[in-house]
Design a protein around this ligand. Sequence first.
Ligand SMILES: NC(=O)c1ccc[n+]([C@@H]2O[C@H](COP(=O)([O-])OP(=O)(O)OC[C@H]3O[C@@H](n4cnc5c(N)ncnc54)[C@H](O)[C@@H]3O)[C@@H](O)[C@H]2O)c1
Length: 418
Amino acid sequence: MKRTIIITGGAGFIGSHVVRLFVNKHPEYKIINLDKLTYAGNLANLKDIEDKPNYKFVKMDICDFEAVYQLMQDEQVDGIIHLAAESHVDRSIKDPFTFAKTNVMGTLSLLQAAKLYWESQPVPYQVAHSSQSTVQCLFYHISTDEVYGALAMNHPEGIPAPHQTIASAHSSQLETHGSLAYGSEFFYETTKYNPHSPYSASKASSDHFVRAYHDTYGMPTIVTNCSNNYGPYQFPEKLIPLFINNIRHRKPLPVYGKGENVRDWLYVEDHARAIDLIFHKGKIAETYNIGGFNEWKNIDLIKVVIKTVDIALGRVALNDEQRALSSSQLTAHSSMPDSAFPDLDLITYVTDRLGHDARYAIDSTKLQKELGWEPSLQFEEGIEKTVRWYLDNQDWMDNVTSGDYQKYYEEMYKPTQS
Ligand SMILES: NC(=O)c1ccc[n+]([C@@H]2O[C@H](COP(=O)([O-])OP(=O)(O)OC[C@H]3O[C@@H](n4cnc5c(N)ncnc54)[C@H](O)[C@@H]3O)[C@@H](O)[C@H]2O)c1
């Protein structure tokens, strides 16, 4: 079936994985990557698919209602997967206005453009690409688990997590701590919103607008709330790529507070896979939580990252038996003492982030039960893949950290000479 889908924020971290998946998996669809290319947007993330016939990039601000509305009409768009956002909590603490503008007003502008175009169709909210194929429209909004607030850490020592996945069962088999929970409560789809940072407050507000467009105008919408993502192409102001880069250069690793905060981590390609599944099979007006069933204290996660980088860079002495193991097996087993890893002393504790939430833990069993999705990767394996990608793509990292990536766009899309 033919479809024309706008993916907003497709030049960012998660968006680039979603664009790649859709362009490769659905050659019959036209995929339009709509991105303003802020500091976080990088077209080099999509170099491998930019020449595909079913891919188109449009540099546009989601807040520019007129331009978005025109694009929807010109391209006869029937689906929107909305990822464009300001996404970094620390930046939101310094500059909340930009977050309200992009995340709230930008989402509203997209919703209104979609409403006007989709309601102008002969059958509202159905776009006819030809006489044979009429497509039900969908506005799919990508959000975060941070809208739910924070959970108590009433088991700081860790208890067995109530849910197992194929990946986490594999994890216990490897005797890792991957399937622990640090509290007895979880975020469910029914959990009351209680955002604490300007970032999560802006995302919460945008989620409400999306649901309001369903309830008020009948727009087909879906919202998903996902936990922390990690993997290739993440802007290196976020914890995992920042630390991989710092370890590589033997620079200090700033850890907030005591590093006790707990987050649930999901490999980004698993998130993209969930988005594809929900876009096609999800129920209209539903909310789905997406999580890794994978809680980690920041300090434990940082140690896994350091150990994985140290092994990858040959900074640890391994005996023959250890050399035969993968780095995920080495970091998962506790057989190697911390003293074997020279870069653990790069950890530097810094003043905690303002209002730093203690624990996020998402329950995504609804998605597992209704649509059969679950994470595919055991955490140490995901980290090993991630570390290897950043070390193998040092040019990408160096370009991003030097700001050179911004020149890539100017070179790729030079104005035509008159
Ligand atoms: N990263 C995570 O762990 C995580 C977890 C759950 C949900 N999310 C959500 O997923 C989405 C993507 O997150 P990410 O980490 O990939 O973000 P990111 O910061 O890496 O990318 C955001 C993208 O949006 C673009 N953008 C920003 N403002 C824009 C505007 N006004 N108009 C058009 N494009 C604009 C940027 O250029 C960039 O390409 C966000 O909505 C975020 O809230 C992220």
